[in-house]
Ligand binder design. Structure first.
Ligand code: NOJ
Length: 444
């Protein structure tokens, strides 16, 4: 490929550039949620760790935001921990609300836009004890918590993510049993999925109503954060693989997105009931993207097989998570939401690797695909790398390192990796240069 064929790719003016984290993964000592309890049982986390003090971001957030500022980010996506705000049912912690107020203020002082996630995988222990997402009351409980957050912080926040990766919560927690409460029950999977959809809808209206009722002079932008893996058949000539890929896409991707668009809780999760509050309950779509999943119908699902029937092609580049690197799939997943005619923010995209050069290549190649989607008419307004810093990767523990900032877990020292500086340069120019594209061999 001759150098001349590469052209700088420029992003739209006002593009939001930043990185994302979630409370349980970075804050430390989230002792009041169901993940903490599960970790303490022992034997669940692959590398034997527990979240513990994690990155101690709860105490070190000021210093972390200094780094964020130095790295040129203009947005920071993070989550508010429900179990801190409501440690006991109906009891609100003023101290923790005040903490998050300071966190948001610390961002605003540095001209970094906060993007706040209200639910990122963790439930308060008391909520889990009531049946978690299987309990129909979970919907109203989540709505009440949302109202409390918005009453207290709504004068400062424009961007809200309601629920992070709701279908992953349902799949990992109730179908594959890989995350707490470790259930492998199809009926429960459908029930949890349905409540997670309804909770999103209620949360959406709760935010808008609360901001209006309180007279806050802010126009909130509220969206779902949906992981949209790109499902494709392992063997495109196999009817069964094609069918299976479509089924996975329908269940994991389409059902939830269509539910929000139409307000319908369609089968197999619901019975087709129409909910007014759910219809069109999004101002933007947050897309998390990591990998392509190839449906392989020759892999038979055993009752206890805790995985999806998928295959990574031989010779494919993989990440430390074992996920295939397939940037083109990012383009396809992005384009699949174009029909909803909403602004899109990439709320997560990143790689676990100990090889930072691989991370640099991953970023450039994915930004190339993102730009392709913009070029093809998708209204993308921001990109948030996952993650700002190494952190507690759920059932994988601390061994998987996603950060553009390296964390030394003994000393808590932060050290930006070369990828953080590459990203800083991209942000500064609002563009990826011809040389960068050339270096990481992105085909034009
Ligand atoms: C998506 C989740 O939102 C985040 O918490 C997780 O760390 C990343 N995927 C990587 O697995």
């Amino acid at each position: 490929m001759s150098k001349k064929e590469f052209k700088e790719i420029v992003f739209p003016p006002g593009f939001l550039w930043g990185a994302a984290t979630s409370a349980h993964q970075v804050e430390g000592n989230n002792t009041n949620n169901h993940w903490w309890v599960w970790e303490q049982e022992g034997g669940h986390i692959r590398d034997g760790s527990v979240s513990g003090r994690a990155c101690d971001h709860y105490n070190l957030y000021q210093q972390d935001f200094e780094l964020v500022r130095e790295l040129g980010h203009n947005v920071y996506r993070f989550s508010i921990e429900w179990s801190r705000i409501e440690p006991k049912e109906g009891k609100w912690s003023e101290k923790e609300i005040e903490h998050y107020r300071k966190v948001v203020e610390a961002l605003l002082e540095r001209k970094i836009t906060p993007m706040v996630t209200l639910h990122h995988f963790t439930n308060p222990i008391w909520m889990q004890d009531k049946g978690g997402w299987l309990n129909p009351k979970s919907v109203d409980l989540f709505e009440r918590y949302t109202r409390t957050v918005v009453e207290s912080l709504g004068d400062l926040i424009t961007f809200y993510n309601t629920i992070n990766e709701p279908m992953m919560v349902a799949v990992m927690g109730y179908l594959l049993g890989l995350h707490p409460p470790c259930r492998t029950d199809l009926a429960e999977f459908f029930t949890a999925g349905k409540h997670l959809l309804m909770a999103h809808g209620k949360c959406y209206s709760a935010i808008h109503e609360t901001v209006r009722d309180r007279g806050f002079k802010i126009k909130p932008q509220v969206g779902i954060v949906k992981q949209i893996p790109y499902f494709a058949p392992f063997n495109p000539h196999s009817e069964e693989d094609v069918k299976q890929a479509k089924l996975m896409d329908d269940i994991v991707n389409r059902w939830y997105l269509e539910g929000i668009q139409t307000g319908t809780v369609a089968p197999p999760f619901g019975s087709g009931e129409k909910l007014d509050y759910l219809e069109n309950s999004w101002d933007f779509i947050g897309v998390n993207w990591y990998t392509r999943i190839l449906a392989n119908s020759t892999i038979k699902l055993e009752a206890e097989q805790k995985t999806l029937p998928q295959t990574v092609p031989e010779g494919a580049e993989i990440t430390d998570m074992g996920w295939e690197v397939y940037p083109e799939g990012f383009y396809h997943s992005l384009m699949s939401v174009k029909k909803y005619k909403k602004p899109v923010y990439v709320t997560e995209n990143g790689i676990a690797t100990l090889n930072d050069e691989q991370r640099c290549r991953y970023i450039i190649r994915h930004l190339y695909q993102l730009h392709r989607a913009i070029h093809d008419g998708l209204d993308v307004r921001g990109y948030m790398y996952w993650s700002l810093m190494d952190n507690f990767e759920w059932a994988e523990g601390f061994a998987k390192r996603f950060g553009i900032i390296e964390v030394n877990y003994n000393t808590l020292e932060r050290k930006p990796r070369p990828s953080a500086y590459l990203y800083r340069d991209i942000i500064k120019r609002n563009a990826v240069t011809e040389q960068q594209l050339q270096k990481y061999s992105v085909s034009p």
